[in-house]
Design a protein around this ligand. Structure first.
Ligand code: NAD
Length: 344
């Protein structure tokens, strides 16, 4: 029988997680929550997701807009086996206190929440089992997910002594008209390290990592430059071979015309991906430079979608539906159409 998943917050992340959950054979979406009757609320109805409103006071706006709602978030959660919280940064902690704890509902939070909100921070490849049977789990942010996806297999195979990485971050998401920068490069923060390194350590506690971050005027993707000091010695061919076999990592080539984040997003459109998403981390093959103990590479992260498959795996781990991480990753990816790496 499929487990019942409620999605609290149906914006950039929530609508993607809802689609990914609905695609799984072992899960069903029992409802999604909106605060306002926007086009996304209509889209939820068109997708046959029962639509709920966060609080009773907001119901009349939906009725005035002619949108059918099934009740409040609280009503939806009564029926749920688990809630995926995809509300804006900082709202998850309020939802935990007001809803999930009193209703005794297991919940997954997103990377915009502080790590103390949950009993474990999660990345499917690096620490799937840490979420097993837990009540509250946080899927780490898009940047942290990107770092874990490549650093974890590299650490397992070659042993990482230390890592230094630069995050060149998109300003806002494409649909966000209120944020910038429009014409500046903004150290964010200006102090070192940025929060990303400590966040990676919530998943890979023994990793020595320092990160710095800058925001730039683009909306498409983040780009990371990564420099790792390696214990066991490696060559570019070894690293290419490893990343080729790693789930949710795609090697891309400038030689094929993929010379920028713009072309990665164009490729995602050509692949026919829903919303032009690129759930995998794209690593430039030509950027992999390994000289025995020193490894460099560059990778691009589609911030709106890389964390989506992790939310699905987190559900399986929390609800103890699958004990083998790779089996869950495989189920998730096959259902989402991310099949490329299973050929290897
Ligand atoms: P968003 O603003 O696009 O969507 C949030 C949704 O939650 C909206 O539909 C809003 O109406 C709804 N909402 C607001 N208050 C609510 C409440 N009290 N209860 C239920 N729903 C409520 O935000 P987002 O970008 O999807 O971010 C959600 C979370 O995911 C944040 O923690 C964010 O840091 C994290 N995240 C975002 C990205 C990204 O690139 N956008 C990437 C990774 C992680």
């Amino acid at each position: 029988m499929a487990v019942k998943v409620a999605i609290n917050g149906y914006g950039t992340v929530g609508k993607r997680v809802a689609d990914a959950v609905a695609a799984q054979k072992d899960m069903e979406v029992i409802g999604v929550v909106k605060t306002k009757p926007t086009f996304e609320a209509q889209q939820a109805i068109d997708s046959k997701f029962p639509l709920y409103v966060n609080v009773r006071e907001n119901m009349s706006a939906f009725k005035d807009a002619g949108l059918k709602i099934e009740g409040t978030a609280r009503d939806m959660m009564e029926e749920a086996d688990i809630v995926v919280d995809a509300a804006p940064d900082g709202i998850g902690i309020e939802n935990k206190k007001k809803l999930y704890e009193p209703l005794r509902k297991k919940a997954i939070f997103q990377g915009g929440e502080k790590s103390f909100i949950a009993q474990a921070s999660f990345n499917a490849l690096a620490n799937y089992k840490c979420a097993f049977g837990k009540d509250f789990v946080r899927v780490v942010s898009c940047n942290t997910t990107g770092l874990c996806r490549t650093l974890f297999p590299i650490d397992q195979k070659f042993g990482i002594k230390s890592v230094s990485a630069v995050m060149i971050r998109r300003g806002p998401d494409p649909a966000d008209i209120k944020k910038g920068p429009v014409n500046a490069i903004v150290p964010d923060p200006v102090t070192v390290p940025s929060h990303h390194g400590p966040d990676v350590k919530t998943v890979m506690p023994d990793l020595k990592i320092t990160t710095v971050a800058l925001k730039v005027p683009t909306t498409l993707m983040h780009l990371h430059t990564v420099n790792a000091s390696i214990s066991n010695g490696t060559t570019p061919e070894d690293v290419i071979d490893l990343l080729n076999k790693t789930p949710r990592v795609l090697l891309v080539k400038a030689e094929d015309g993929i010379k920028s984040t713009a072309q990665i997003m164009e490729w995602a459109k050509d692949l026919g991906r829903r919303r032009s998403d690129m759930n995998e981390i794209a690593v430039w093959k030509e950027s992999i430079n390994a000289n025995n103990s020193n490894l460099f590479y560059m990778q691009a992260i589609h911030q709106e979608s890389d964390i989506v498959p992790e939310n699905v795996d987190a559900i399986r781990s929390i609800l103890e539906m699958e004990s083998d991480p790779m089996a869950s990753i495989r189920k998730t990816d096959m259902a989402m159409g991310l099949k490329s790496w299973w050929k290897n």
